[in-house]
Design a protein around this ligand. Structure first.
Ligand SMILES: [Zn+2]
Ligand SMILES: [Zn+2]
Length: 371
């Protein structure tokens, strides 16, 4: 095995350099993963433009790969061995707190960089910190004892497995938070990989009416949404979305609203509150902006709306997402549209963000370090 590892490192806002790191020694309780696919999402677009740290970082937090090297103790504790194809959550566990015991690693304060500057999280951790390999835009990724792994089921290719994160968010947000179920009426705002994954999960759950919104830029994505099971699509630039939603629901409004937009400010939440049915609707929001001037709290409470926060995914949601991928029930190759190599990280992120310098009509981008 080579003694150097190549990784694409964010060295400044909007700047990537491919750098070399030493191949790490693997302790008995650790492992090394050979990267196959790092999924790129809207969070990467944000972190690339506005990094939360000035340190260099190997981004890439949706990581699929083969265990290349594995300490005995790692196998004994965790049941994974060399040659296994795995999905690594970007959350790392402390193993001690109530959230880690519940498989809700994203809420662990000991391993969250927001509450513990020393914490490790894949795609967020400083590349200065040995053994450096804490991000997926790299040939190899280091796995300490407390990395959270899932087996990728047989028959699921690494590229398809690259969809596990948006799919797990789909399960977490639409089923666990939004309680979408048989006969539900759902409004999904935003037809990116996240909105399309929610579409698949809502369809699988038996939703009777799935309405998805997009802009004039989203023509191709809205077509894919229909093929994945959306009943109605709305172009918010050319149509009045609220009128259309009421038309498509016989004037009743929807049971559940899922906000999968990026950079749309307060608009999707305001529309969601209007579009929900008269009583007991649920809205799942991302809360991208720090403040919400003139929030219609009166209308929200009068309509008896429940608001939930979209915050990543639990262990269970990941397992269910992998089963969903293995079922091959939906033509998900319509989502995995583009592949990029290690030298193309900058272009790949710009493509996902629909920015200048990117390629057009990307839904899900797979970063494949060995391409
Ligand atoms: Zn992501
Ligand atoms: Zn914990």
């Amino acid at each position: 095995m080579a003694n150097k590892v190549l990784a694409a490192v964010r060295t400044a806002p909007g700047k990537t350099e491919v750098l070399e790191y030493p191949m790490p020694d693997i302790a008995e309780d650790a492992a090394l993963m050979r990267m196959e696919v790092a999924g790129i999402c809207g969070t990467d677009v944000k972190l690339y433009e506005h990094p939360p740290t000035t340190d260099p970082v190997i981004m890439g937090h949706e990581n699929i790969g083969y265990i290349e090297k594995c300490g005995k103790e790692f196998t004994r504790r965790k049941g994974f061995k060399e040659g296994d194809l795995v999905f690594v959550e970007h959350y790392v566990m402390c193993g001690k707190c109530e959230w880690c015991h519940a498989g809700q690693y994203r809420h662990c304060e000991n391993t969250n960089w927001r509450t513990n500057p020393e914490a490790i999280r894949y795609g967020y951790t400083s590349a200065k910190r040995p053994p450096h390999l804490y991000g997926g835009f790299s040939q190899y990724v280091y796995l300490p004892w407390n990395a959270v792994l899932h087996h990728v089921p047989k028959g699921v290719s690494p590229e398809l497995a690259g969809l596990v994160t948006p799919m797990a968010n789909g399960i977490e947000w639409s089923l666990f938070e939004g309680q979408v179920k048989y006969n539900s009426t759902v409004l999904i705002q935003g037809p990116g990989q996240q909105g399309l994954s929610q579409t698949v999960i809502c369809k699988q759950a038996g939703a009777k009416n799935i309405i998805i919104t997009g802009t004039s830029k989203d023509g191709a994505r809205l077509e894919v949404a229909k093929k994945l099971g959306a009943d109605h699509t709305i172009n918010v630039n050319t149509e009045n979305p609220l009128e259309k939603i009421m038309e498509y629901t016989g004037g009743l409004g929807v049971d559940v609203v899922l906000d999968c937009t990026a950079g749309a400010g307060t608009i999707p939440i305001l529309l969601g509150i209007e579009a929900l049915k008269a009583k007991a609707g649920r809205i799942v929001v991302q809360g991208e902006m720090p403040e919400f001037p003139n929030f219609p709290i009166g209308k929200m409470t009068t309509k008896y709306i429940t608001m939930h926060s979209a915050r990543g995914h639990s262990y269970l949601a990941c397992e269910l997402a992998l089963e969903q991928l293995a079922s091959k029930r939906f033509p998900l190759e319509l989502i995995t549209t583009h592949k990029f190599g290690l030298n193309e990280v900058d272009k790949a992120i710009k493509s996902v963000g629909n920015k200048e310098g990117g390629v057009k009509d990307v839904i899900h981008a797979s970063l494949m370090p060995w391409l």
